[in-house]
Ligand binder design. Structure first.
Ligand code: SF4
Length: 321
């Protein structure tokens, strides 16, 4: 369990499953894939997850359960935000249902933490969490986990689990249109979208769902059967970092910020990435000009910082946990 993380919107990562495969353009420069195939490649749980290519390591589709990591959150008493599976996608097709059951059982036993799950396989997530037997399976999994669970740990069962936030990645409009409706259909205490690396414009107010009262993904609709409002509770935006980073048009980030402000949705600007708007930070650096004339400058992630129009945006959802 990583007690420290560079990810700005969480406190630590927890990886009970590792390994993945590339699914959409947002995965091209996947940080986890690069790490698994370089610095971590001799660590037993990471061996054989990637294939070396001229372009660098590439996931080969192997996913691996790491049972030894399961109980880690239970040993931390101080409340943390925990990013689940930063080195995988919990809802990858090859991840076994039984593994996911065990991970949810652990989260049910750690109400002091908030768990953040981010997937690009939104349909699998919806299917898993909409199964009417899911809570029974979590209870069964909790019984089997008894030998690794510290004495005195309580199993608190609610559906949806109030300390589990569910999110999808959406790097452009196409992926937002494909994934967000599934997220909105998924029972969850908190729903969020991470537009990182942002590779195109995204209008979240265009995302509609065939529900009679839904106006858009930010405004949401009232779900009568469980008496909840189905909408996006949190939006994260970030540009890409790393040697092959693709530039983010500043207006793409501003537009999402404005959509969130219009709907009072918490907005988190995570980073510019390698490229920053010339209006944000002065100084030298290689320029990239978009077809409409907007220009960004490559100055590196840490120099580029995370202010948008001179302001930091650190929005978080008002968590019911
Ligand atoms: S889904 Fe996530 S972990 Fe998997 S390849 Fe894509 S970016 Fe990497």
């Amino acid at each position: 369990m990583g007690d420290k993380t560079k990810i700005e919107w969480t406190d630590m990562s927890w990886n009970p499953v590792v390994g993945c495969s590339v699914v959409s353009p947002g995965c091209t420069n996947c940080y986890a894939m690069s790490l698994a195939g370089t610095r971590l490649k001799e660590v037993p749980s990471y061996q054989g997850l990637t294939t070396a290519t001229k372009a660098g390591p590439v996931w080969n589709g192997t996913v691996r359960f790491v049972p030894g990591a399961l109980a880690q959150p239970l040993r931390k008493q101080r409340p943390r935000m925990i990013f689940v599976n930063s080195m995988s996608d919990l809802f990858h097709d090859e991840v076994k249902i039984d593994w996911i059951d065990q991970i949810f059982a652990i989260m049910a036993m750690a109400p002091q933490h908030r768990f953040q799950i981010l997937t690009k396989r939104a349909e699998n997530m919806r299917r898993y969490l909409s199964d009417p037997n899911v809570m029974i399976r979590w209870m069964e999994a909790a019984k089997e986990l008894a030998p690794v669970v510290p004495k005195g740990t309580m199993f608190q069962l609610k559906e949806p689990l109030p300390n589990v936030w569910l999110g999808v990645s959406a790097e452009d409009q196409q992926r937002a249109n494909e994934r967000i409706p599934d997220l909105l259909e998924t029972p969850a205490a908190v729903r969020f979208v991470s537009c990182e690396p942002l590779l195109g414009s995204v209008d979240l107010t265009q995302i509609r769902h065939p529900q009679p009262y839904m106006i858009n993904a930010l405004k949401g609709w009232h779900q009568w059967d469980d008496n909840t409002v189905r909408r996006l509770d949190w939006v994260i935006v970030g540009g890409e970092s790393g040697p092959n980073a693709r530039p983010m048009h500043p207006q793409w980030a501003r537009d999402i910020r404005d959509q969130c402000e219009d709907h009072c949705t918490p907005f988190h600007f995570k980073q510019w990435g390698e490229f920053v708007s010339v209006s944000e930070v002065e100084g030298p650096g290689r320029h990239h000009t978009f077809p409409d004339g907007a220009t960004v400058r490559r100055i590196g992630k840490s120099n580029a910082g995370r202010t948008l129009d001179g302001r930091r945006h650190d929005g978080y959802p008002g968590a019911p946990a």
